[in-house]
Every structure is written in C-alpha cells, then in structure tokens.
Ligand binder design. Sequence first.
Ligand code: SF4
Length: 214
Amino acid sequence: MDDWARGMPPFEVLVSTLLSQSTTVANERRGMDGLRDAFGAITPEKLACRRTAEIELAVYHAGLSRQKAPRIRAVADRLSGMRSPRWEAILRRPTTEARAFLTSLPGVGPKTADVVLAMAGRHPVFPIDTHVARIASRWRLAPKPDYESVRAALERWTPPEKRKAWHLAIIAHGGTLCRARNPRCAECPVARDCDWFRARRRKRPAQRLKTADR
Ligand code: SF4
C-alpha cells in the first residue's frame, strides 16, 4: 500500500489533495514538483505571497490549473493569516471540529477534508474517493451513493484503527484490478464475495441463451 502522505506536512497533504481532483496520481505529483521548483517549498506563507497566475503556471501539469490555482492561493492566504491557534493545532482537535474547520476553507469539500484528516491528522475517518465509491457500489456496501452515506457505511464496516489502511488498500485495488472500465475480475482474489461479479455471472448464461435463440 502506498502511504503517499508519509513524511508530508499537513499543508502539503492538503495541496496535494486539491491538486488530485480529476487527474492522475502522476500528474498530481508533477503539480507538486512544479510548486516546489517554483517556490522552494510548499507552505502557506510561501504561496500566499505569490500571484495566482504564478501558482497556475507551477501546477499546470496537474490539469484544471485555472480552477485549482485560485483555490490553493485562497487556502494559503487563510492559513498563513492564522497565528493562534495555528491550523495544525486545529487538526489535533476532535474529528467533528477539525472537519468543520477544514470544510470552512475555500474549495475544501468533505472528501478533501477527510483525506487530510486521515492522512495528516490521524483521525479515524474513511475518505471516499472515486475508486472507493465505485468499489463500495460494486460490493453494495452503502444504502445510497452520496458521499456521506458511503462514508458512514464504510466507517460502520471497519474498525477505526483500520480505516486508513483499508482506504489505501481499496484505492490500490481500484487502480489495478477493480478499474472503472474492464475490471480484471478473472484475476481478482475477492471475486467470490463480490456482488457485482456474481450478478454479472448470473446474467451471462441468460444472455448466451438469448443469442442462441436468434
Ligand atoms: S470481482 Fe471484479 S468487480 Fe468485483 S471486486 Fe473484483 S475486480 Fe472488482
């Protein structure tokens, strides 16, 4: 499992998550490298004194730089202005309080907040990214597909100390075998327990019969 946030300060985890929207891991990392190359370090203070256009250029390779750069600049602005308590101290508060603070930041929604809470704040939350949402749907883990329903369901299914590990494991599974298109079910070690796979297997003989009748 790739604990991609190991050793990263919380602000880098936050910026990395903002950059990861609608792009690949490789391009998100190119965006982070672009920021480091351009400004020396990724801190609220370094980014808050830059023009949005400079940030946009630095994160160009992460895609959607016109949307992402103003968000990053606005978050940096807000966090660099905080003196007491510093925002890292708020991350150590109870989960509900820390989440409320993060989602009050410009451009930070529940998913981004949960990633920061889990990866940088050691909070026992289960962030739901696109891989996790897809697999939760294929495994029929949640009664409804909206973010909060899926998160609540996965948090019910997993003990607090395992949530981060499961989040990372499911992302890895979604990136290798359980892909959105053409999942590699024949190689999947959990195929026997997968609702989606079993449902497809039940349908196939019927489809073959229909074809034979024509
Ligand atoms: S059997 Fe297929 S759909 Fe089910 S978890 Fe495995 S790869 Fe995903």
